[in-house]
Ligand binder design. Structure first.
Ligand code: GLC
Length: 451
C-alpha cells in the first residue's frame, strides 16, 4: 500500500516535471541540414544592422529612456515628434549593397517598445506618429530589390508595454523587493508573452520571406528575465513554423537546448579564436557599431576608421565568422555623414577585394600568417588570401609554403607577384617580391593559388 502511494507520488511528480524537462519539439535537423540552411549566411560574411526608433530624436543612445530613467509620459514627446521626412529605404539599400553587405537586420521594435511596423496589437507604432506609415513594409521591399536578404531585430525587452514587469534593466528599476512588488502589482506577463507571439506572427507573416530574426535579449536571475518570461521555446517554434529557413540568434536564453539557437553573437568584441560550444566550433557573427552607440548619437565622436572597420571584417572571416555592422539613421531618416563615409570606404575596398571575404573562412592550420597579416581561405576555389595590415618593405616571407604555392597575385589588380624559394633550412620558404609602393587600396590582399 505504502509502495503504491509512493509510486503515485512519483508519477505525479513526473507529470509535473515532464513538461519542463521534455526536449523542445523543434523541427528535427541534422548538422549537415543546418549547415545547408545557413549556407547563404555563412558565405555572405557581411551584413548591415540598423537601429532606428524614437531614440533617434534625443540622439543620445538607444538606451536613453533607461539611462535617464524616463517615464512613458516623459518619453512621449518623441513619439509625437517622429516624422522622418527624408526616409528613403532605397537609398539605404543602395549604400548597403555598395558597401558589399549581403543581408540586413532592422529593429522592428527596440527596448523602448515602439514598433516601426503596423501591428494590430498596439497603438505605439509608426503609423500613429506624424509620419503615418508602416516603415517596415518600405524597408523590406527596398532591400529586397537590391538583392539583400532581409531580417528583423525584435526586442524581447519592452519598456512601454503595460504588462511588462519592471526589472533590473528597466528605466523604472528599483532598489528593494517591496518597491518592485508595489510597481508590478496588476501587471500580467502572460499577456505580454501573448503580445510577443502575436507580433512575431505578424512580422513573419505579413512581409514575405524573412531570412533572420534577431531576438534581444535575456538576462536571467534576480529581477531579470529569461526563457520562461518570454516562453522562448514556443517563440522559436512559431518562428520556424512560419519561416522554415529562418536564422535565429542566441539571445533567447536557450543555449543548452538543442535547436535553441543558430549562431552566437559576440557584441562589440574581437574574438580571439573561432568560438566554440561544448568543444565544437559554432557559426558566429559579431555585431559592431561605428562608434559606441547603436541608435543615432549626435555627440559621439569615437568613430572607427575605415581601416579599423575593414580589419574587423577581415578578422571575423579569418576566424570563421560574420560581421554585422550597425548604422543608426537620424530622425530625418538618413544615414549620418560619418556612416556614409565609412560605408563608401568599405565599398571601395570590397569592390576589388571581396573575393577574400565571400565564401571564405579560417585558413587551414598548416598555414602560418606572417606578422601583421590576416589569412582567409576559400575552401571551394582553394585560394589563400593574405591581408597586409602593415605594408611591408618590398619583401614578405611565407614560411614553409613553397611546396603548396602555384601562383601569387595582388587581388586588387590581378598583377603577378613574383617569388623566390629559400635555401638550405629555409628551402620551403617563399620570398614574395612586393611592389615598393603600397597598392592603391586600404588593405592590400595577396591572392595565392594553391597546388
Ligand atoms: C544590446 C543592447 C542593444 C543593442 C544590441 C545589439 O543588447 O541592449 O541596445 O540593440 O545590444 O546587439
Amino acid at each position: 500500500m505504502k509502495n503504491k502511494t509512493f509510486m503515485t507520488a512519483i508519477m505525479l511528480m513526473c507529470l509535473f516535471l515532464v513538461p519542463h524537462l521534455a526536449p523542445a519539439q523543434f523541427p528535427k535537423e541534422t548538422e549537415a541540414q543546418k549547415t545547408q540552411r545557413m549556407q547563404w549566411w555563412t558565405d555572405a560574411r557581411f551584413g548591415m544592422f540598423i537601429h532606428w526608433g524614437l531614440y533617434a530624436l534625443p540622439a543620445r543612445h538607444e538606451w536613453v529612456k533607461n539611462y535617464e530613467r524616463l517615464t512613458n509620459e516623459q518619453y512621449q514627446k518623441y513619439f509625437e515628434m517622429f516624422n522622418p521626412d527624408l526616409f528613403d529605404p532605397h537609398e539605404w539599400a543602395k549604400m548597403a549593397r555598395a558597401a558589399g553587405m549581403k543581408y540586413v537586420v532592422l529593429t522592428a521594435k527596440h527596448h523602448e517598445g515602439f514598433c516601426l511596423f503596423d501591428s494590430k496589437f498596439t497603438d505605439y507604432k509608426a503609423p500613429n506618429t506624424p509620419y503615418g506609415k508602416d516603415l517596415i513594409k518600405e524597408y523590406v521591399e527596398a532591400f529586397r530589390a537590391e538583392g539583400l536578404k532581409v531580417g528583423f531585430y525584435y526586442s524581447l525587452i519592452d519598456w512601454h508595454h503595460p504588462d511588462y514587469t519592471i526589472d533590473r534593466c528597466h528605466p523604472l528599476r528599483q532598489d528593494s523587493d517591496t518597491a518592485y512588488a508595489r510597481l508590478n502589482k496588476g501587471k500580467d506577463m502572460s499577456k505580454y508573452r501573448e503580445y510577443l507571439k502575436n507580433q512575431v506572427r505578424e512580422l513573419l507573416t505579413n512581409y514575405g520571406e524573412i531570412s533572420i530574426i534577431w531576438f534581444d535579449f535575456s538576462f536571467p536571475g534576480k529581477n531579470g528575465k529569461g526563457r520562461d518570461d518570454w516562453d522562448s521555446q514556443n517563440l522559436i517554434k512559431l518562428a520556424r513554423s512560419l519561416q522554415p529557413g529562418i536564422i535565429i540568434d542566441d539571445r533567447l536564453d536557450l543555449k543548452d537546448v538543442e535547436g535553441g539557437w543558430d549562431f552566437v553573437s559576440p557584441e562589440q568584441v574581437k574574438v580571439t579564436k573561432w568560438p566554440e560550444y561544448n568543444g565544437k566550433r559554432v557559426p558566429w557573427e559579431t555585431c559592431q557599431t561605428f562608434s559606441g552607440s547603436w541608435g543615432y548619437y549626435r555627440d559621439e565622436y569615437t568613430w572607427k576608421s575605415p581601416a579599423q572597420l575593414l580589419e574587423l571584417l577581415i578578422e571575423s572571416v579569418s576566424k570563421g565568422g560574420n560581421l554585422l555592422l550597425n548604422v543608426g539613421p537620424t530622425a530625418r531618416g538618413v544615414f549620418d555623414y560619418r556612416a556614409q563615409d565609412r560605408l563608401k570606404s568599405m565599398g571601395d575596398w570590397m569592390k576589388y577585394n571581396s573575393r577574400s571575404i565571400y565564401g571564405c573562412t579560417e585558413a587551414p592550420a598548416d598555414f602560418t600568417a606572417p606578422a601583421n597579416t590576416l589569412l582567409t581561405y576559400n575552401p571551394v576555389t582553394k585560394r589563400l588570401y593574405v591581408h597586409l595590415l602593415v605594408y611591408p618593405m618590398g619583401r614578405l616571407t611565407l614560411e614553409n609554403m613553397a611546396d603548396k604555392i602555384k601562383y601569387v597575385q595582388l587581388l586588387s589588380d590581378a598583377s603577378e607577384v613574383k617569388f623566390t624559394v629559400g635555401k638550405d633550412e629555409n628551402k620551403n620558404d617563399v620570398n614574395l617580391q612586393l611592389p615598393v609602393q603600397k597598392p592603391q587600396t586600404e588593405i592590400p590582399v595577396l591572392e595565392i593559388y594553391l597546388k
